[in-house]
Design a protein around this ligand. Structure first.
Ligand SMILES: *[C@@H]1O[C@H](CO)[C@@H](O)[C@H](O)[C@H]1NC(C)=O
Ligand SMILES: *[C@@H]1O[C@H](CO)[C@@H](O)[C@H](O)[C@H]1NC(C)=O
Length: 338
């Protein structure tokens, strides 16, 4: 904990150093800065474009920070096309000693590099089971839709992200059912999300496990609890109206949705007392992007949609996955009791 605070302090100081060349060379708190700024070529406007510096920093991100530095000094070089800036600063002893005790770049970020045997990365099929479990355990997600028309207060083409109630009403007994892996939404005609959809917007739904941080363990030894190490998935697709051809189907969907959202009883579609007209909708997921956590411990990338759709709660459809026949009830998200 103490070290991570110092790390933030270091990052802040580094930010100050890069932004304020004027203070460099002067004593600043206990730290000592040395800046060498190579002559700017051409117009001398090498730092005028913040996006350019940003892109340059991103490209440089895999440069081993601090490699070759002494045990009390970190050297960060930012090489732009027109300038070279080198900032040297001394850092507090605890951070610098933790850096000097390890040599690889990744060990600067994590106290000790992950051991493959101790932290085996789940397979893609297991990750897809985890993603389906995350959907099943989620009752709220953030939807993004895009304003379609020029009449939208100058927002045409701009995505808007809003939380929505969702419910996973996948049919456990029939993995091929229409709702399998396609969450149910309660569409209100008044809602911005559904107005954008009605005008032709596609939709993305982001769900995550970040609220469960307190139940989890640090993902690396000596690393603090971290939301970034926990799963999230973005479900991409389109919204379609759910056709309720029988009273039984209507009751099933209401029962499923109200199990997660008892308050929604008031504005259920067809409720005459509802303040808003609405309809049952399904997010038909066509693509799913999974971030299981930190990339050296978890999978990150596009999910196989055949597997996404073929997974059920207690098992998977024939020919799906690794032959284990597992369903999402066979896996646990971080911090869940086994
Ligand atoms: C966007 O929506 C259209 C129609 O609603 C659908 O056919 C298409 O597959 C969607 N695109 C994606 C990436 O889901
Ligand atoms: C997707 O998953 C199915 C079922 O497990 C598998 O047969 C197929 O080869 C996979 N597709 C890709 C591109 O990996």
């Amino acid at each position: 904990m103490a070290r991570s605070k110092e790390r933030y302090a270091f990052i802040t100081l580094l930010g100050l150093a890069l932004c304020s060349p004027a203070v460099l060379g002067k004593p600043f708190l206990p730290q000592e800065y040395v800046l060498q700024q190579a002559a700017l070529s051409g117009s001398g406007h090498g730092h005028d474009d913040p996006l350019k510096s940003f892109i340059s920093d991103v490209v440089q991100d895999d440069t081993p920070i601090g490699s070759g530095s002494s045990d009390t000094t970190i050297v960060v070089a930012v090489d732009g096309t027109t300038s070279t800036t080198t900032t040297t600063l001394s850092v507090p002893a605890p951070l610098s000693s933790s850096i000097s005790s390890s040599s690889s770049p990744s060990s600067l970020r994590y106290a000790s590099p992950p051991d493959e045997e101790e932290f085996p990365r789940p397979s893609w099929f297991t990750s897809t089971l985890l993603a389906r479990r995350l959907l099943a355990k989620s009752s709220i997600g953030i939807t993004s839709t895009v304003y379609q028309s020029a009449a939208s207060a100058g927002l045409q083409g701009i995505p808007i992200s809003l939380p929505e109630y969702i419910a996973d009403c996948s049919d456990d007994s029939d993995p091929d059912a229409e709702n399998n892996g396609n969450p149910i939404l309660l569409g209100l005609y008044v809602s911005t999300t559904f107005r954008n959809v009605a005008q032709g917007s596609n939709i993305s739904l982001s769900i995550d496990w970040w609220d469960h941080l307190k139940d989890t363990e640090p993902v690396y030894p000596d690393f603090p609890l971290s939301e970034a190490g926990l799963p999230r998935v973005s479900l991409i697709g389109y919204v379609e109206r759910v056709d309720l051809s029988s009273e039984e189907q209507k009751e099933d969907i209401e029962e499923c949705f109200l199990a997660s959202h008892p308050d929604a009883e008031v504005w259920l579609p067809g409720n005459k007392d509802s303040p808003h007209g609405g309809f049952w909708a399904r997010l038909v997921v066509t693509q799913a992007y999974w971030i299981g956590g930190f990339g050296d411990l978890q999978q990150i990338g596009w999910i196989n949609m055949t597997e996404w759709r073929g997974i059920g709660r207690f098992g998977s459809a024939d020919g799906i996955g690794d032959g284990s026949g597992r369903g999402w009830e066979d896996v646990r998200l971080p911090g869940e009791a086994v």
